[in-house]
Design a protein around this ligand. Structure first.
Ligand code: GLA
Length: 385
């Protein structure tokens, strides 16, 4: 959960940075993707939900046309930049995300002016729970509301993604920003990444005696090292070879995929197509009140991400196996891959056993102790004060 004094803490941090009072505090959550991995940029389906944890932006307007950025998690790397000099590459490191959002808003003709922003977060960077998207979305809400602009949330998500793609330089899809801005408490978000349509899917696990454990494997997740981009390129190549606009268009046609001559493209495409189907099956089960039956779909997703998409990492594989050995109903890596977190769906009554199994497994292998979080589907981004 978000700490109860999160807004006060962010406002205090603002006071320390700028010796004035913040006009407002905005919060944007991180996300867990329940299922639907590497499907967003293939115009497919995703099913994320928002966490209670996330990023706060305490902010005030200023009249010198500058953007000043401070982070409580990176106190030694403040950034001050004139808004009209913002251009891709002009800001690097953590501040590229908020600066990129300011740049994207101005590029889209939204007249934001000078702003001081103090960032505070309770989401670990690198845990694969979209701290970057949360940082972008908290900034986007703060900038638009402070400067009196009304931008629809799906459009705001697209602008935040544009910032990440063009300003930060990482070719991500639309899932994380959509999750942060559009999710509702107690629900996951089914998003059709082709049409942009979304709907809330009830996800009240506690009501049926279940919990979803998030396990941080302590291997930092990093999207900018080229491997994410390589997966994306392979999917585009597979779509070209199949003569379709995107892999979304070969749903139900594994036969066509099996005719791809390149075995790597065949595996990548197979993952995307089977994963889209698993998302829709999961939604149907949740809507029918059968959350416990989703376990095997989560495990099948992991097998596909590991075998066909080849983005799992040793600690994820070990954690997923240990979760199953401890009695979880299903488990999978979540997020972009090569590091970050796994999720395990388990009966509340079994959850201690599942945790112990994972903890012991890591200890036996001499790995640092993993982090545990009970994921509660929470509200999307909002103003706190
Ligand atoms: C990262 C990206 C998302 C999505 C996932 C994989 O989180 O930011 O757009 O592609 O990886 O599902």
């Amino acid at each position: 959960m978000m700490p109860p004094d999160a807004a006060d803490q962010a406002a205090r941090w603002f006071g320390e940075c700028y010796a004035g009072q913040a006009e407002g505090v905005w919060h944007a959550p991180g996300r867990v993707n329940l299922i639907g991995e590497h499907t967003d940029y293939n115009e497919g389906f995703v099913l994320p939900f928002a966490l209670g944890q996330g990023v706060r932006a305490a902010a005030s307007r200023r009249d010198d046309g500058k953007l000043e950025l401070r982070s409580r998690q990176a106190p030694d790397s403040p950034v001050t930049v004139a808004l009209d000099t913002l251009a891709p590459g002009s800001v690097t490191g953590w501040a590229a995300y908020p600066a990129g959002v300011a740049w994207a808003l101005r590029e889209a003709g939204q007249p934001i002016g000078g702003t001081s922003i103090a960032i505070d977060a309770d989401l670990e960077r690198g845990s694969g729970l979209s701290s970057s998207a949360a940082l972008e979305c908290a900034t986007a809400l703060a900038l638009t509301e402070l400067h009196g602009l009304s931008v629809h949330r799906p459009e705001l998500a697209a602008l935040a993604r544009h910032a990440e793609n063009e300003f930060v330089g990482v070719p991500t899809g639309i899932m994380d920003q959509s999750a942060s801005l559009l999710c509702e408490a107690g629900h996951a978000l089914l998003l059709d990444c082709r049409s942009g349509e979304s709907s809330a899917v009830p996800l009240d696990l506690a009501a049926v005696g279940l919990i979803l454990l998030v396990v941080d494997t302590r291997v930092p997740h990093e999207l900018s090292d080229g491997r994410y981009a390589a997966r994306r390129r392979a999917c585009e190549e597979a779509a070209r070879a199949l003569g379709v606009r995107s892999l979304r268009d070969v749903a139900d046609d594994l036969g066509a995929v099996n005719r791809l001559t390149d075995p790597v493209l065949r595996r990548r495409a197979r993952h995307v197509i089977t994963e889209n189907a698993r998302v829709l099956e999961t939604v149907a089960l949740l809507r029918a009140g059968q959350a416990a039956s989703c376990g095997p779909l989560l495990s099948a997703s992991h097998a596909s991400l590991r075998g066909d998409f080849e983005i799992s990492w040793p600690q994820a594989a070990a954690a997923v196996a240990a979760a199953a050995a401890g009695g979880a109903l299903g488990a999978r890596m979540t997020g972009g891959g090569f590091g970050g977190s796994i999720i395990a769906l388990t009966a509340v009554a079994r959850s201690e056993q599942v945790r112990a199994s994972i903890r012991d497994g890591f200890a036996r292998l001499g790995w640092p102790e993993p982090g545990f979080l009970d994921a509660l589907p929470s509200s999307g981004a909002r103003r706190l004060r």
